[in-house]
Design a protein. Structure first.
Length: 261
């Protein structure tokens, strides 16, 4: 075979696998949510690559595609996109919990109380951050991060390295992802909307019957206390709801990246 020698070609294959891990670790909230510095996450991707070398060695790689720099660039971008797509699509449960928490914080009156999210470098809701960190803890407790790593290793066989398929062969089903994102989020938020709407109705009756009472001063602590009470009741149920979704959306992401075969 002309061009790059065989040992160098195998090294390039491992580097392409490394890019797939880099895309996952830099785009999935499971790994970015632990607030680790960028060099630490990159070193983690390197460690995952070394741990997966044996699995990559069992697959047949089209090494003939490594003969020139242009195809190498295409293959590198392809592997990075696959990793980014997998990290993005498999993180739906965590994103849904964060979205629901932001809506809950708004109806509880915490829309003005924002904190800096070290992961996104943007302001986020207090309740959204609380819900996300709680869901993230259970995600690690259920070994969801290990399932994601195993799925990437399995994708080496399902989506081989060294294929010149830069664009997916079909729809990545982002619409389905967004539909389920809002569906799961609303299932978590609806109890809060119901409880706080009833509290607004009660405060309205109280304002009519006792006009001397400053209802705005009384209403805010009542809504905050009721919101935390409902949160204490709903959050365990939401965590139980997320457990079967974890594996389901990892499989969904794995099926989506198979479009790059």
């Amino acid at each position: 075979m002309r061009g790059i020698e065989l040992p160098t070609q195998l090294l390039i294959a491992y580097l392409l696998l490394h890019l797939r891990f880099v895309g996952m670790t830099f785009n999935s909230p499971v790994f970015t949510g632990i607030m680790a510095p960028t060099p630490v996450r990159y070193i983690f991707a390197v460690i995952l690559t070394f741990a997966s070398v044996y699995s990559a060695g069992e697959t047949q790689v089209a090494l003939i595609n490594f003969d020139n720099v242009f195809t190498l660039v295409i293959l590198a971008v392809r592997e990075l996109i696959i990793g980014l797509a997998f990290g993005f699509l498999s993180s739906l449960p965590l994103v849904a919990v964060r979205l629901a928490g932001e809506q809950i914080g708004t109806v509880m009156g915490f829309s003005m109380a924002q904190v800096m999210d070290p992961m996104t470098q943007a302001e986020t809701s207090l309740i959204g951050q609380l819900n996300f960190l709680t869901a993230l803890w259970f995600y690690f407790h259920w070994n969801g991060h290990l399932l994601m790593i195993k799925a990437i290793i399995e994708s080496i066989k399902l989506v081989p390295l060294g294929q010149l398929s830069f664009l997916p062969a079909g729809d990545v089903a982002v619409g389905t992802w967004l539909q389920n994102l809002f569906s799961i989020g609303m299932r978590i938020v609806v109890p809060f909307y119901c409880a706080l709407v009833l509290s607004d109705i009660g405060l309205g009756f109280l304002a009519r019957t006792v006009p001397q009472m400053n209802i705005f001063v009384v209403g805010l602590p009542v809504k905050v206390a009721l919101g935390f009470f409902v949160l204490a009741a709903v959050l365990p149920l939401a965590v139980d709801m997320l457990f079967p979704l974890m594996e389901r959306w990892i499989e969904f992401a794995l099926g989506a990246i198979m479009l790059w075969r």
